[in-house]
Design a protein. Structure first.
Length: 514
């Protein structure tokens, strides 16, 4: 049989070449898209995003992601920064606090599966947009309206607004791109992720609002088209109730829990400030801010609060809901509010939780703060006994007598081991006097007051400074020590009459029928 070898060779070549092309096309590669380089600044926040000035660079997508073996590094001159993938979308970025690095970054991606992939970012500039100011929430509790002010003289190319469920902060729950002249936005009932704001979400929501400087203002605000941006981080809770029509000013919550504001205020015009959960707060202005002129406090618990400020000495005043406390003519730069009951169970980050209204002595910028006076970790619960040996614990408000209060020892609390002790008592958080002026031996001391075999620590407090009124049915003691904090409450009967018999000694109650 005669075989045409030339024909076979041609046929083999025809079959082999497509096969090799298919093998070559099947070889995996690192797919990279959308390199960006953005000069940014971010406000303080609790969720781990960048704070202060920094350069943010990377790509919109680099696949496979790092979990599948890809690594990335950004290089500019002698500076090298690793890239990170925060989620499975492929978005990869890095940051540098050296804001003078405005040139292009060389991004190198490696993976054992594939050849290296190198891409270069565009350059950026050295002046990010300013932050928004006077951020408020008003209207419906589930479709609220947010308003803000852009600093005078600046008009951004666009405004980016997103809402994030605080249970998964890296995934936007709702995103919208607004024109640069936008100064308000109403949240729709159906969000971009086909959900809605939930008043039952006790973790609440985070807002990221960014003013953007774009490379091409006629193109979308994708990262690769963004030259600079400022990101303000704020928090709010959805509510079944409506927010006040006038709006509540929402603060920025720092990593250590301090609430900070950035807004313009006008003389004697009220503004409503939004705190987080606490039993007291310290309000403070910063250098150059106008002083506080007055304060009004909301209806919470027993509607009674204690405001302390400095004016030719320390002044403490009782303020009830609906009252306006006017400070001296020059105003004050700092005041504190105490007396918020823990039983009020104020939800953290909820703008409706505790709305303090303040006014200022003049126009100007307010960049002050509102700091919780207690931490999330409360004192260890302990038994106390107000007026030991008395069963009714009757207290006369206008008496000059002393109130003895015992921190009771037990199998779990040995009061004899406590050191560096201090104590406060009652709604006014009065400190103990330590020693009676008429009997130095009757000061703070250790004694088994309830005769249970365990030593008790007894404190003495001035009745008239306790803050107790006829409306109070219980009073509490808080003891701070090097070994920890201990606190407890006991029932009281507070009266305004002078017909209660007191013995000469505050501890001679054995024969007292009260």
């Amino acid at each position: 049989m005669c075989i045409n070898k030339k024909l076979i060779t041609v046929a083999f070549a025809v079959l082999f070449c497509p096969l090799m092309a298919a093998v070559s096309m099947a070889q995996p590669v690192i797919q990279v898209d959308g390199p960006f380089n953005i000069q940014e600044q971010g406000t303080a926040n609790e969720i781990g995003f960048g704070i202060g000035r920094y350069v943010n660079f990377g790509v919109q997508s680099a696949l496979p992601v790092s979990a599948e073996g890809t690594a990335g590094v950004a290089t500019q001159g002698s500076i090298s920064v690793p890239l990170y993938w925060p989620n499975s979308s492929g978005y990869a970025s890095g940051q540098s606090s050296n804001t003078t690095l405005t040139g292009p970054w060389t991004l190198t991606f490696t993976n054992p599966c594939c050849p290296d992939h190198v891409v270069q970012t565009p350059t950026t500039f050295d002046s990010p947009p300013p932050f928004v100011e006077n951020f408020t929430i008003s209207g419906s509790g589930t479709t609220p309206t947010f308003k803000w002010i852009v600093p005078n003289g600046y008009l951004p190319d666009a405004v980016a607004f997103d809402i994030r469920d605080r249970r998964s902060v890296h995934e936007p729950f709702h995103y919208v791109s607004l024109p640069g002249n936008a100064t308000e936005y109403t949240v729709p009932s159906v969000l971009s992720e086909l959900g809605s704001l939930d008043p039952e979400n006790t973790s609440c929501y985070g807002i990221m609002i960014a003013l953007l400087e774009l490379r091409d203002e006629n193109m979308p605000d994708y990262p690769e088209n963004t030259l600079g941006r400022s990101i303000s981080h704020l928090s709010f809770c959805a509510s079944e109730e409506a927010f006040p029509l006038g709006g509540i000013y929402i603060p920025i919550i720092t990593e250590d829990g301090v609430l900070t504001f950035n807004m313009y205020v006008s003389k004697l015009v009220p503004v409503v400030l939004d705190p987080a959960v606490a039993t007291g707060y310290e309000f403070r202005t910063e250098a150059g801010n106008p002083n506080f002129a007055y304060v009004e406090l909301p209806a919470i618990g027993d509607d009674k609060f204690y405001v302390t400020y400095e004016s030719s000495g320390t002044v403490m005043e009782t303020v009830r809901t609906g009252d306006t406390l006017v400070f001296p003519d020059e105003g004050v730069s700092m005041f504190s509010v105490t007396g918020i009951e823990t039983a009020a169970a104020i939800s953290p980050r909820n703008p409706l939780a505790f709305m303090a209204t303040v006014g200022f002595v003049s126009d100007g910028r307010f960049t002050g703060s509102m700091t919780p006076l207690i931490t999330d970790n409360g004192p260890t619960a302990a038994a106390i006994d107000i007026m030991p040996f008395s069963t009714r614990n009757r207290i006369q408000t206008n008496s000059h007598r002393i109130i003895p209060v015992a921190l009771l020892g037990s199998t779990t609390l040995d009061v004899t081991t406590l050191t560096d002790i201090s104590a406060i008592f009652g709604p006014a958080a009065v400190t103990d006097i330590g020693v009676l002026h008429w009997n130095a031996k009757a000061g703070r001391h250790i004694r088994d007051m309830n005769r249970d075999g365990f030593a008790d620590l007894v404190f003495l407090f001035e009745n008239r400074k306790s803050g107790l009124t006829a409306d109070d049915t219980a009073a509490c003691l808080l003891v701070n020590t090097s070994q920890g904090d201990f606190g407890g409450c006991d029932a009281v009967e507070v009266v305004n009459r002078r017909d209660i018999w007191f013995s000469q000694s505050p501890f001679s109650f054995k024969n007292n029928p009260d």
